[in-house]
Design a protein around this ligand. Structure first.
Ligand code: ADP
Ligand code: MG
Length: 187
């Protein structure tokens, strides 16, 4: 069928949500039935929508776990868009692969790295099984180079090696996180 998995990955501020919303809007212009899903841990956008840092929005359903997604897919839905995919954990891979096998175009956007610079599951696993991977960079806040990382600032300096790094307790916005290039992620 036409099912496929498309991944949009990168650090914070890379434009992942902008790209996700762009694909959603294109499908809506084509009169496709679209389902946009956000995780309940994503409290930045407000319930019922995904929102980019630049203000682009799309209406969304909020779920607590990957296993809640399939029952939200109404007959005739052709595009499933999932934002902040890293919040869903490893369960998301089988769920999205199953829906793509069933014929949906699935777009998953999420962080490919934790703020201490490690691969952030399940984005690496999703990238491995996807037909398409769009890897985006942000702009380094120190030097303007391409930023493949982001850091969490504590007292103005990057908090590297924080043992709490990959947990959902760290849901923040522009005030505590900055995009950084390879050179400036540690200082
Ligand atoms: P993501 O979903 O990857 O966190 P968004 O799509 O929400 O990113 O936001 C991308 C937008 O963030 C950019 O178009 C730009 O307006 C804004 N922005 C703010 N800081 C930066 C930065 N350091 N690098 C790139 N874009 C930034
Ligand atoms: Mg985003």
């Amino acid at each position: 069928g036409d099912g496929r998995v498309e991944v949009v990955a990168g650090p914070m501020f890379a434009g992942k949500t902008e790209e996700l919303v762009r694909r959603v809007h294109r499908a809506q212009i084509a009169r496709q039935r679209v389902l946009v899903v956000a995780h309940e841990l994503d409290t930045r956008s407000g319930a019922g929508r995904v929102r980019s840092h630049s203000g682009l929005e799309a209406a969304s359903r909020t779920v607590a776990a990957a296993g809640d997604i399939p029952r939200l897919v109404e007959p005739g839905t052709t595009l499933l868009a999932v934002d902040e995919a890293q919040f869903f954990g490893a369960d998301l891979v089988d769920v999205l692969v199953g829906l793509a096998d069933a014929g949906l175009v699935v777009v998953a956007a999420g962080l490919s790295v934790t703020f201490d610079g490690r691969p952030f599951s399940p984005l690496p696993e999703l990238m491995a099984v996807a037909e398409s991977v769009t890897k985006l960079t942000a702009v380094c806040t120190v030097c303007g180079r391409d930023a493949a990382y982001h850091v969490r600032l504590a007292g103005g300096v990057p908090a590297v090696g924080d043992p709490l790094a990959p947990t959902a307790a760290h849901v923040g916005g522009a005030e505590t996180y900055e995009a950084r290039c390879r050179r400036h992620r540690a200082s």
